[in-house]
Design a binder for this molecule. Sequence first.
Ligand code: SF4
Ligand code: SF4
Length: 299
Amino acid sequence: MKPADNAFAREAIEAKGWWGAHRWLVLRRLVQLTVLALFLVGPWFGWWIVKGNLNYSLTLGTLPLADPLVMLQSLLTRHVPERNAVIGVCIVLAFYLLVGGRVYCAWVCPVNIVTDTASALRRKLDIRGGGDMPRQTRYWILALILVLAATTGGIVWELVNPVSLLPRGLIFGMGAGWLVIGGIFLFDLFVMKRGWCGHLCPVGAFYSLLGRWSLVRVSATKREACNNCLDCFVACPEQQVIRMPLKGASKGVGPMILDSNCTNCGRCIDVCSKDVFTFVPRFAPNEANPTGAAPLPPQ
Ligand code: SF4
Ligand code: SF4
């Protein structure tokens, strides 16, 4: 059945009200904008709650946080990291290993606001079709940026990484950064649905590897109530992760979404008028896993 995109989420709004159908989206935007604001208020107003950027920061002068992908590239350039950077990476790794690596994408990364906007506009303008490529492409790009770091002795990816360019540009001026961010927006809008985050971004690919065993999951717990409106598929930035947990009961597939590319964005929860989806702890008992024993991630 083809979802009527113009009627997207209407059932959910009718059943649960506007807030019920947008709750996780609004919370997520608040978190993303707060994180961004924390980096901006220092340089803009001299309020140094956080010093640094998404690659390395020090909060209140005591809490270091560092991006593990940048650290990995840095190690490949044979640069010895400082003690604070190692501590910061350990904290970040522990957090994303527990709550899901791609939570970074949905709840922190500022580029997600750009790509979500392109996706929403694409839906509004009813732009269909376009290019396609394997979603695995992002892992090849991830491998490429690591090889580049090892062979050039520099973190080449950071010259064009939109995740770093966007906040840096808001502080120092976007300059050519507009080309990168605007290019991603136009690419997602006209060329490929969810093109950047869903197919190309090596940062998202890296964080998906971290999220493989994470404890916070979305589950189609009430999947028997699904009325096939398919709004969850329309809303989901990684719609391939939903199919089997939602529709695989006859094949013995459990309702928990174990694919590490689920970003825990909560949009499927928002837009479902039947409240099929919910956040659950990974070891929660369910129909396919009645004891709550550790389910294996998909191979
Ligand atoms: S895939 Fe990349 S650009 Fe998209 S939200 Fe994740 S880190 Fe940001
Ligand atoms: S399955 Fe739900 S929580 Fe996961 S990425 Fe898709 S919409 Fe977001």
